[in-house]
Write a protein that binds this ligand. Structure first.
Ligand code: NAD
Length: 483
């Protein structure tokens, strides 16, 4: 299988190659096969992308919002029309099952393009009457934004960042994860096909150093990162030195709380989705599943029975529900956490080993009797490893759920809706669900508190993070001056 793009980068409306950049391979995690060979961006590529974006941005910002919206809408239409082809590319890039990439990745990206295309033309300023004089506000784009992506949802991340940024008149230089560099290139080409001017959305490849070069460049007004907490701390510090805006979508160790009165099948289904979808490589996963003691036996029994039926296999097969991890390093890391879970005394309910479907598979794994101090309850694993913890009371579970540096997401399953609302009001998380988990429609804000990040993606909230307000005072009479 080959998925070689025309060139490594897409800059100023066209494919761009510079073989002087460090060479790296893109592998299909399903088999380990090399599917593309790319080069990291050199200073010359970065210079072309940044100067091109700066040159193009002012004209784009000066266009009527509906004109920009039309381009984004057209891009969404192209994405939907090529859904199958793009889903296959996403599966090759990430190893996620085709049944996931068909419905979750590019479709969610297209939703974002449509949503922000619709929203941007409705954005207006305010007028403040001042008794003769008056003031008004203008919502302006920030300028050129840098987007830096993680490897788990590469195309969705590119779209979630590009849509609010471009619809409001910014330009973007996007650096995908070095492990999944292919989808964003397609997005850049699709934008051009949809009528976007050259230079408004550029894709440059590379490792952390290329991201760091973007985060420190004085021409970048804002950095939006999706990645781990340690990377977030570095990028935030670099951006702060240049007084840049930031959005940080980082890691988590989110609680999913199941009360005795919950619908057990729904709670089990949500816990499985929130730990095994994308082989557990989802930032908002509910990896600490707190189960009230009265429902524990039934919950674990149904969880084990349903987990045993998960179909793991070739991600390109229609029937496959569960694929490999992204890389050998991630595979080793996840198996290391499983070993720690066993060592530290958690009860292995199912899974617990490497899978035999391919080199990068890990079995969907459930540990019960996990305690708050165990490594698997404290650290983000980013693999298919669920930790089930027992609890007795609301008060207790709130304290334990909040006892972490992370604050990305949280979920509650209960038959008592009043309790559901009472719980989410006290959970320290940016994104919460009652009787649902991991649904992230574009209409709803998505983001974190505490070490898991700041800023919001999606919804009207994202507009705040890609625009700034200019205040205009208008004098209508003579200036009264004491001098
Ligand atoms: P990572 O932090 O290793 O890398 C993320 C991106 O940052 C990559 O493109 C990488 O090249 C770049 N990078 C690395 N060092 C950099 C530096 N010093 N300066 C600038 N850029 C740098 O993360 P990952 O392993 O690719 O992704 C997994 C992590 O992402 C997990 O922690 C996961 O929870 C998180 N994540 C968060 C969200 C969210 O929305 N909150 C979504 C997906 C993934």
């Amino acid at each position: 299988m080959i998925a070689q793009p025309k060139a490594s980068h897409f800059v100023n409306g066209d494919w761009l190659e510079d073989e002087a950049g460090a060479a790296f391979e893109v592998t299909y995690p399903g088999t380990g096969e090399v599917i593309a060979r790319l080069h990291a961006a050199t200073p010359a590529v970065l210079e072309a992308a940044l100067s091109g974006a700066v040159a193009a941005q002012a004209d784009w910002a000066a266009r009527r919002p509906v004109e920009r919206a039309r381009v984004l809408m057209k891009a969404a239409e192209i994405i939907r029309a090529r859904g199958e082809e793009l889903a296959r590319l996403e599966t090759l890039d990430t190893g996620k099952p085709i049944q996931e990439t068909r419905v979750a990745d590019w479709p969610s990206g297209a939703d974002a393009l449509e949503y922000f295309a619709g929203l941007a033309p409705t954005l207006t300023g305010e007028t403040m009457p001042l008794g003769g004089d008056f003031a008004y506000t203008i919502r302006e784009p920030l300028g050129v934004c840098a987007g830096i992506g993680a490897w788990n949802y590469p195309s969705q991340i590119a779209c979630w960042k590009a849509a609010p940024a471009l619809s409001t008149g910014n330009a973007m230089v996007f650096k995908p994860s070095e492990m999944t560099p292919l989808g964003a290139l397609q997005l850049a080409a699709i934008f051009i096909e949809a009528g976007m001017p050259a230079g408004i959305f550029n894709v440059v490849q590379g490792f952390g150093a290329v991201g760091a070069a973007l985060a420190t460049d004085p021409r970048i007004a804002k950095v939006s990162l999706t990645g781990s907490v340690p990377t977030g701390a570095k990028v935030y510090a670099a951006a702060a030195a240049g007084m840049k805006h930031v959005t940080m979508e980082l890691g988590g160790k989110s609680p999913l709380i199941v009360f005795d009165d919950a619908d057990v099948e729904s709670a089990v289904g949500a816990a499985m989705l929130g730990n095994f979808y994308s082989s557990g490589q989802i930032c908002s996963n509910g990896t600490r599943v707190f189960v009230q003691k009265g429902i524990k036996a039934r919950f674990l029994e149904r969880l084990a029975a349903r987990t045993a039926k998960i179909v793991a296999g070739d991600p390109m097969e229609e029937a496959t529900q569960f694929g490999p991890l992204i890389s050998a390093a991630q595979h080793e890391k996840v198996l290391g956490y499983i070993a720690k879970g066993k060592e530290e005394g958690a009860t292995l309910v199912c899974g617990g080993s490497a899978g035999n479907e391919g080199p990068l598979f890990v079995q969907p794994t459930v540990f019960a009797d996990v305690t708050d101090t165990m490594t698997i309850a404290r650290e983000e694993i980013f693999g298919p490893v669920m930790a089930v913890l027992d609890f007795d009371t609301e008060e207790e579970v709130i304290a334990r759920a909040n006892g972490t540096q992370f604050g990305l997401a949280a979920g509650v399953f209960t038959g008592d809706l009043a309790r559901g609302h009472r719980m989410v009001a006290r959970l320290q998380a940016g994104t919460t669900w009652i009787n649902a988990y991991n649904l992230t429609p574009v209409e709803m804000p998505f983001g974190a508190v505490k070490a898991s990040g700041l800023g919001r993606e999606n919804s009207k909230a994202a507009v705040e993070h890609y625009t700034q307000v200019k205040a205009v005072y208008v004098g209508t009479g003579p200036v009264e001056s004491p001098y």
